[in-house]
Design a protein around this ligand. Structure first.
Ligand code: SAM
Ligand code: SF4
Length: 343
């Protein structure tokens, strides 16, 4: 039995299921947790090449610390969790940890974000652990281009995606970061690839979250431009009814019923209106917004003998100060890269 089915019959902690609102009355019930800042890939929009300032192991929250935080968050009203990184599957015993996480009562949705290169051998175990949503980075199906973007090989990622499909995860999403000069030829092949596997495809605008030279005006490809390019070959109809996971993607439907999402983080002026998530970085900081440098130090509470109430108070304080919108459109300068924050 899927552990989350068992959870449905277990008493949920006090507070679980209650709506948690931020200061502007946005419902926040989603905690995205990075368990490592390391990765086996080097995506040029994510991890600055030559990056060396990895966190030491003792700076990273232990699995026990993360599990404690999750239990407290569930009691507060969080019900959706996603494990990310860096690449979560490079951390030792990540699968064992995910199995333990799947047992925590009160979790309604448990997701994993991965580049899929290490997924194939563990996909079935993860599905049995109760993970219901797997997000995979896949920017191109051109093997040489994949190698240039990630410094890894496409075949291992495709093997991981196919293993996830075979394992039967309820939801598999493929995320492609849009880059001018790289993405245009990939829009339709990625659509076909996703359709053949019953996966959802989302195109994401490049965000200023790395310190490399990639973040130029010339490299930026707006989501709307990608949508129009697809529409020239395949009619797309806005799927107003669809909000998978209540995330920020805007979905369109093809005539065959396939859904394709566009995440216009830079160009959609209402992007932040329904933001329902906050992040926990691998080094123990709560980050209320990806595009704002504000962070709250949870690790010092966890390691300084803080009580569960102290942890809960920090969550409440974070919600009281969650920015109304990200600062990417202003003079935002990346502080920490996506792999350090947790994508
Ligand atoms: N390693 C896993 C993966 O690649 O899916 C999880 C972590 S990764 C940081 C999470 C997501 O962030 C990926 O879909 C990746 O494409 C996206 N991402 C990283 N840097 C980005 C950037 N500068 N702009 C937009 N999306 C980015
Ligand atoms: Fe690694 Fe994911 Fe960042 Fe690529 S996007 S470098 S796979 S963390």
């Amino acid at each position: 039995m899927n552990p989350k089915d068992a959870n449905a019959t277990r008493p949920a902690p006090a507070g679980a299921g209650q709506a948690l609102l931020d200061w502007s009355r946005r419902k926040v019930d989603y905690l995205r947790i990075s368990i490592t800042d390391r990765c086996n890939e080097r995506c040029l929009y994510c991890m600055p090449q030559g990056l060396k300032d990895w966190k030491e192991h003792d700076e990273i929250l232990s699995y026990e610390e993360v599990l404690r935080v999750v239990r407290i968050a569930v009691a507060l009203g969080f019900s959706k969790f996603r494990i990310t990184g860096g690449e979560p599957l490079v951390r030792r015993d990540a699968v064992l940890f995910l199995e333990q996480l799947g047992q925590v009562p009160g979790i309604r949705s448990l997701g994993l974000s991965t580049n899929a290169t290490l997924l194939a051998p563990v996909a079935r175990r993860l599905q049995q652990a109760g993970i219901d949503s797997v997000n995979v980075s896949l920017d191109t199906l051109d093997a040489a281009e994949y190698q240039r973007i990630t410094l890894k090989d496409l075949a291992s990622a495709v093997a991981g995606i196919d293993a996830a499909v075979a394992a039967g995860f309820p939801k598999i999403k493929l995320n492609a970061v849009l880059m001018r000069g790289k993405s245009e030829t990939q829009l339709l092949p990625l659509l076909d690839f996703a359709r053949e596997r019953g996966a959802y495809l989302r195109f994401i605008e490049l965000m200023p979250l790395t310190t490399t030279q990639v973040l130029t005006r010339e490299n930026f490809l707006p989501a709307e431009e990608a949508r129009r390019a697809i529409s020239e070959s395949i009619p797309l109809e806005r799927a107003e009814d669809v909000r998978l996971g209540h995330g920020p993607a805007v979905y369109y439907r093809t005539p065959t019923g396939q859904l394709v999402g566009f995440i216009g983080a830079m160009t959609d002026l209402h992007f932040c209106d329904a933001c329902n998530k906050i992040r926990l970085t691998s080094d123990g900081k709560i980050r209320p917004c990806l595009g704002n440098h504000l962070e709250f130090d949870l690790k010092s509470i966890l390691r300084g003998g803080g009580s569960d109430d102290d942890v809960a108070d920090l969550f409440r304080r974070t919600l009281g100060l969650k920015p109304a919108e990200h600062e990417f459109r202003g003079q935002y300068r990346p502080g920490r890269s996506m792999t350090a924050i947790g994508g």
